[in-house]
Ligand binder design. Structure first.
Ligand SMILES: Cc1cc2nc3c(=O)[nH]c(=O)nc-3n(C[C@H](O)[C@H](O)[C@H](O)COP(=O)(O)OP(=O)(O)OC[C@H]3O[C@@H](n4cnc5c(N)ncnc54)[C@H](O)[C@@H]3O)c2cc1C
Length: 356
């Protein structure tokens, strides 16, 4: 490591170690930013050397190329969970550093008896990573509680505050991963959560978990239930669980129009199958990507060299040890091709490809 001004730069730093997939080559330069000042210095350094800049959070939604990243990787490590004085429509406000662990913030909100993020318990990664693809699980999306996002705008070189509407949140998307990709470095995220609020218990798995109970579960019990259910699906990062060596769900649930949906139903009927429909999917006119993958011959535990399908969840591609990004991409192509041939539906990957 060497120090350039006050900024600490590492050269040829392993990126595999900074991702949940444990795949990928080195970064030419790596900077860990603990403050706005660090961010500004890193951006200036990258500009002065004409280096491409990639912003890294917790590395839980990434597939990094085997050759790594030839420019500068800026790891956001701005911490702090602060309660903002005042309230908004009876809700408590939190201002959270982008580098905080997301699950730590959820735990903090639940301990303060505030509802709104309890179903998002156990999602790995940083707070700053959550608005990027508008993370969601068990019937909640992070956009429901975000009031604004504080960013460093690389175009104007200034700090700005973007209100929730300006973030353009949608299913697994926002301006940060679509129209304005690469422009904003998220520094802090502001949330409004409901003190004394009821947990959100709409999702089938959660309802089943509490079946037969006479009293309504509280927020802490809901958080524990979500973590428990996620653990059973390999969707919680657990040291030593080979099924959590992944980037989570590898494919998004496809959104079909009516004609496409009718075609899919016809293909299913010809195989004496019916396309599953759950309220959570129907709401967004989505089809289960997990069902399409499984019914194309890629069941849980399927293996192909060093990669395969998780033994606990059909949508997670896992690194079974020593996998390369090239192997993951080849496996992804196989799945996409087979699903398209059989079902006429193109699956889009969810993780961000870095240097690929
Ligand atoms: C086991 C497992 C389970 C998962 N379950 C879910 C789930 O239930 N629901 C869900 O939606 N996702 C899930 N994910 C995916 C992932 O955890 C989330 O997308 C998470 O929010 C990514 O955050 P991160 O900090 O790890 O971002 P990274 O993976 O580091 O980065 C992802 C993208 O966000 C950008 N980014 C990150 N931080 C910043 C920042 N501060 N400023 C600007 N851009 C930034 C990066 O440039 C990149 O484009 C899961 C992943 C795993 C491994």
């Amino acid at each position: 490591m060497y120090i350039e001004g006050a900024m600490q730069l590492q050269e040829n730093a392993s990126l595999a170690a900074l991702t949940t997939f444990k795949i990928g080559g080195p970064a030419r330069f790596l900077v860990e930013a603990r403050s706005l000042n660090d961010v500004e210095q890193a951006v200036t350094f990258a500009q002065s050397r004409n280096l491409d800049l990639f912003v890294l959070g917790g590395g839980s939604n990434l597939l990094v190329s085997d050759s790594g990243w030839p420019g500068l990787v800026l790891k956001i490590a701005i911490n702090g969970i602060e309660r903002t004085p005042g309230e908004r429509d009876g809700k408590v406000l939190f201002d959270v550093g982008a580098g905080e662990s997301w699950d730590r913030f959820v735990s903090h909100a639940v301990a303060a008896d505030c509802a709104g993020v309890e179903c998002l318990s156990g999602i790995p990664g940083s707070v700053g990573g959550t608005p990027v693809q508008n993370v969601g699980a068990y019937g909640q999306e992070v956009s429901e509680t975000i009031t604004s996002v504080t960013v460093f705008d690389r175009e104007g070189g200034q700090v700005r505050e973007l209100c929730a509407e300006a973030c353009g949140f949608d299913y697994r998307s926002s301006i940060f991963n679509t129209t304005e990709r690469g422009r904003f470095i998220i520094l802090r995220v502001n949330f409004a959560v409901q003190p004394g609020g009821e947990p959100h218990l709409e999702y089938a798995d959660l309802k089943r978990h509490f079946e037969g109970r006479e009293t309504r579960p509280n927020l802490a019990e809901t958080r524990e239930a979500v973590r428990y259910i996620r653990g059973g699906k390999g969707m919680l990062i657990v040291e030593g669980d080979p099924d959590s060596c992944s980037a989570g769900s590898f494919f998004k649930n496809p959104v079909l129009n009516e004609a496409e949906h009718r075609d899919l139903e016809k293909r299913a009927a010809a195989k004496a199958l019916s396309v599953p429909s759950y309220p959570a999917l129907a709401q967004h006119k989505k089809v289960s990507a997990a069902w399409l993958v499984e019914k194309s011959g890629f069941g849980r535990g399927y293996s192909s060299g060093h990669v395969g399908i998780s033994t606990k969840h059909t949508l997670a591609i896992v690194n079974r040890g020593g996998a390369t990004a090239a192997e993951v991409l080849e496996f992804k192509d196989q799945i996409q091709q087979r699903v398209e041939e059989i079902w006429g539906v193109r699956l889009d990957p969810e993780p961000v490809f870095v240097g690929i």
